[in-house]
Design a protein around this ligand. Structure first.
Ligand code: BG6
Ligand code: MG
Length: 223
């Protein structure tokens, strides 16, 4: 079992961890689902967290038994429509949209010499980091465009450790999504979940909210 003293780096998810863009993603998908006549519910919304753009669209179409109603070109057009709505909301973001405690946590990690990388499934991650004025904190970003598999596959978290030249066991992966926690665990990193303890039961440690994620509290849980 990894000890706190073994930890050298943190591999961060973005949406729902550093900022509440998971709500914006959810709203934009909800709007698209409504326009397609697919009924929306919390299970569908939660299941989409951490899932890539095209896989999310497939999940929505499947939920409405419409997966065979559109060809690839039409699916790309639907995903683009959702993304345009999402980006319009992202463009309104400011550093005030950083979730409570996260800026202080990132500052503390930097001050104490931990290495940081970003393992977000979002192709909009650089734009979001820019809006939050956090791009400097994450010089190492895994590009989701180069992935073979999305979360829950471990690939993105494996690469998140690789770009830091660290062994996965020296890293803590930080997630709000069940699919992301699964990916961290499969990559052999320590999983830190933020959100509902039941939903994130597979995580090595769960914090109810971002404000309680501090090095002190992590050390207490990891021992
Ligand atoms: C993840 C979000 O971080 O990125 C998902 O949790 C989103 O909701 C995925 O679908 C892909 O994002 P984008 O910005 O590339 O469409
Ligand atoms: Mg997330």
């Amino acid at each position: 079992m990894t000890k706190f003293a073994d930890i050298k780096g943190f591999v961060f998810d973005l949406d729902g961890v550093i900022t509440d863009t998971s709500v914006l993603h959810g709203n934009a998908w909800h709007q698209l689902a409504d326009s397609l006549g697919v009924s929306w519910n919390d299970d569908l919304a939660n299941g989409l967290k951490g899932i890539s753009r095209m896989d999310s669209l497939e999940m929505i179409l499947k939920a409405g038994h419409k997966e065979n109603d559109y060809n690839q070109e039409q699916k790309v057009a639907l995903a683009t429509q959702k993304n345009d709505n999402y980006v319009a909301e992202v463009n309104k973001m400011t550093p005030a949209n950083i979730l409570p405690g996260m800026k202080a946590f990132l500052d503390d990690l930097r001050a104490k010499g931990y290495q940081l990388s970003l393992a977000s499934a979002s192709k909009n991650a650089p734009r979001v980091l820019d809006k939050l004025q956090l791009a400097d904190y994450f010089p190492k970003v895994v590009d989701p465009a180069n992935l073979t598999h999305g979360k829950p596959d471990p690939e993105i978290y494996t690469k998140g450790a690789q770009v830091l030249n660290l062994d996965p066991a020296q890293c803590i992966g930080v997630e709000d999504a069940a699919a992301g926690v699964q990916a961290i665990n499969a990559a052999g990193e320590v999983s830190l979940g933020i959100g509902d303890a039941h939903e994130l039961a597979a995580a090595d440690m769960v914090f109810a909210d971002t404000a309680s994620v501090t090095l002190e509290n992590i050390a207490k849980k990891l021992g």
